[in-house]
Design a protein around this ligand. Structure first.
Ligand code: AGP
Length: 606
């Protein structure tokens, strides 16, 4: 978690850093800070809480200078206090860090014995002391950083400045994202692309075990061993406007509305309608050798994986298991050379998902990343990458990344089914035609926004919710409940509707709203039965039904109508009203929708 940024150029560094931190705030918002070099040496500004606090501090005590580093924190070691906020400064050296220094306690003891005085409870501060110790021995900043990181175990993206070398920033990467944006007479480093887009779209992505020295006119990369690295810059196809709210009250709402565009961009150029096929160039997966598919992910991406199981078992006809990444590698999975493992992650930086994929690679499996961020750690780790084209997702609650993941799984499953002859051309044509029609149907779901808002007004005071779904929509019940929990702080549980009578039905009374996902599919009659059971116990039902439905709507207190689609695509449509419901309830409750408490967008710690 945490976001880091660094700037060297002719602009006011503090302004550029603050602008970059605004884009990175989704990575953590416990505290923030900047350190800027100028003729007077170094100026430090740090504040507890969201960036607004730093903004106030910077306007009260502005900072001049053209080189600096900044940080937005998600606390791991040490409470969210000003002392624990980054940058950490020691003897004219300032450090910002994303990651965890695992051996910080022993390093701290060692440094203390030498007389170091620690001002914070963080793991990061030992780096500041290590670097300044090396500089006191006469090393330049670059070599001092190189020496310091030899001593640390753990993960890091680092940016370091020193008053003795006021033109430069030294950066280093180990298992945390870090990239360099190359401008004209200015360069910027950041944890992710969004923070550099206002300066440039030309970027170099650092790899693990690499360092960089950045000045206004140069960015030189070396390995930790000092070997020089030459790497072509990539031109990023995200625009600055994509990382702005664009007139919406919240990023989450904007991202909900972007979904028809996002899913279309995800399948654009990959489908052949007349042939009923999906063309994934370069995906030379040894499909005929695969005996088992595993899909692993966390959170919302795990919900996408659960839908993926239905898709893969139907199209590819290979047993498919879904695992929470945080559990997968600890259960000694029976993964081998005949396994295909898909890892799904919006960010591509989720620590558990990365660890799971490293483990299965060790066991010889073929690996595919389904990811939204180019050049992320996950895409580098996997044999093949299917990129979703959601664009930057800033809201901590995942929306458009989720529905594009569902499209990605649909395309992968269909592609593998067609390649292995398990899906006929005729079926392929029908499915692809349905996929092409989906964006318009999503628009119709979005048209329900005002109606969903009216429903939210009737229920936002409730303290618990149950979400029910069956088959492909069971994971959507889980996802609907997760959306509500994370942004409104209301307790919500998702269940497979058939499980109701095995326990959860005890919870039903007039204060427990039940959101029932009841499309006209093969489970419809069973869902009607479950809805009856809820009604019989005085429960109130909000039903998501298909156009033309009468029976489920007749059993519900409130109804949201969604166009019908084939079973594998229905979850995409059903997700939209559930996202809107969570959104409006959270607005009514006055919570911080884009940055809910205790959460961060990328969970880069296990
Ligand atoms: C979703 O709303 C969450 N905030 C969270 O569950 C997220 O999906 C999870 O942390 C996984 O992230 P990833 O897709 O970037 O790996």
């Amino acid at each position: 978690m945490c976001g880091i940024v660094g700037y060297a150029g002719s602009r006011n560094a503090a302004e550029v850093l603050f602008d970059g931190l605004k884009k990175l705030e989704y990575r953590g918002y416990d505290s923030s800070g900047v350190a800027v070099l100028n003729e007077g040496g170094m100026e430090l500004r740090r504040s507890v809480g969201k960036l607004k606090a730093l903004e106030a501090e910077l306007s009260k005590r502005p900072v001049a200078g053209h080189v600096g580093i900044g940080h937005t924190r998600w606390a791991t070691h040490g409470r969210p206090t000003e002392e624990n906020a980054h940058p950490h400064v020691e003897a004219g050296v300032a450090v910002v860090h994303n990651g965890i220094i695992e051996n910080y306690l022993s390093l701290r003891e060692e440094l203390k014995k030498e007389g170091a005085v620690f001002k914070s409870e963080t793991d990061t501060e030992c780096l500041t002391h290590l670097i300044s110790r090396e500089m006191k021995k006469g090393l330049c900043l670059e070599d001092a950083v190189r020496e310091a990181i030899r001593r640390v175990k753990g993960t890091y993206a680092l940016a370091v400045i020193s008053v003795t070398e006021p033109e430069r920033i030294v950066a280093a990467r180990m298992e945390c994202p870090l990239m360099i944006g190359l401008g004209e007479g200015e360069n910027i480093i950041s944890s992710d692309i969004t923070a550099v887009l206002n300066i440039t779209r030309k970027a170099i992505f650092l790899k693990d075990h690499e360092m960089a020295v950045i000045t206004s006119d140069k960015a030189e990369i070396t390995t930790f061993d000092g070997d020089s690295v030459t790497r072509q810059a990539t031109v990023v196809d995200w625009s600055p406007i994509m990382a702005e709210k664009g007139g919406y009250r919240h990023f989450m709402l904007k991202e909900i509305y972007e979904q028809p565009r996002a899913i279309t961009d995800t399948f654009r150029g990959l489908i052949a309608e007349e042939a009923g096929d999906v063309f994934l160039n370069g995906f030379d997966v040894p499909l005929m050798d695969i005996e088992r598919v595993y899909i692993t992910a966390c959170g919302t991406s795990w919900h996408a994986a659960l839908v993926g199981k239905y898709i893969f078992e139907e199209f590819f006809r290979i047993p498919t298991e879904v695992d929470l990444a945080s559990e997968f590698r600890y259960r000694n999975p029976l993964v081998n050379k005949k396994s295909l493992v898909l890892a799904i992650s919006q960010s591509g930086e989720t620590a558990d998902t990365l660890a799971a994929i490293k483990e299965v690679k060790r066991r010889g499996a073929s690996t595919i990343a389904v990811c939204n961020v180019m050049e992320s750690s996950l895409t580098r780790e996997c044999d093949w990458s299917f990129m979703t084209h959601a664009g930057p997702e800033i809201g901590v609650a995942s929306t458009k990344a989720f529905t594009t993941q569902l499209v990605a799984l649909f395309l992968l499953g269909l592609c593998f089914g067609r390649r292995t002859g398990k899906v006929s051309a005729e079926t392929g044509v029908e499915l692809i035609q349905e996929l092409v029609r989906l964006a318009k149907k999503m628009d119709r779901c979005l048209e329900q926004n005002f109606m969903v808002e009216a429903i939210a007004k009737r229920y936002f005071h409730c303290s618990d919710f149950i979400y029910l779904g069956r088959g492909h929509n069971f994971p959507i019940a889980l996802e609907g409940a997760l959306k509500l929990k994370e942004i409104s702080y209301i307790h919500a549980e998702g269940y497979a509707a058939g499980e109701m009578k095995h326990g959860p039905i005890a919870l039903i009374d007039e204060d427990m709203p039940v959101v029932a996902i009841a499309p006209l599919d093969q489970s419809y009659s069973k869902m009607l039965g479950n809805m009856e059971e809820v009604k019989a116990r005085g429960g109130r039902i909000i039903a998501l039904v298909n156009d033309g439905d009468t029976e489920a709507s007749g059993r519900a207190d409130d109804v949201i109508r969604v166009p019908s689609a084939p079973a594998h695509l229905t979850p995409i449509l059903m997700s939209i009203p559930l996202q809107l419901l969570a959104y409006h309830i959270a607005v009514l409750k006055g919570t911080d929708i884009d940055q809910p408490r205790n959460l961060a967008k990328s969970v880069t710690v296990e």
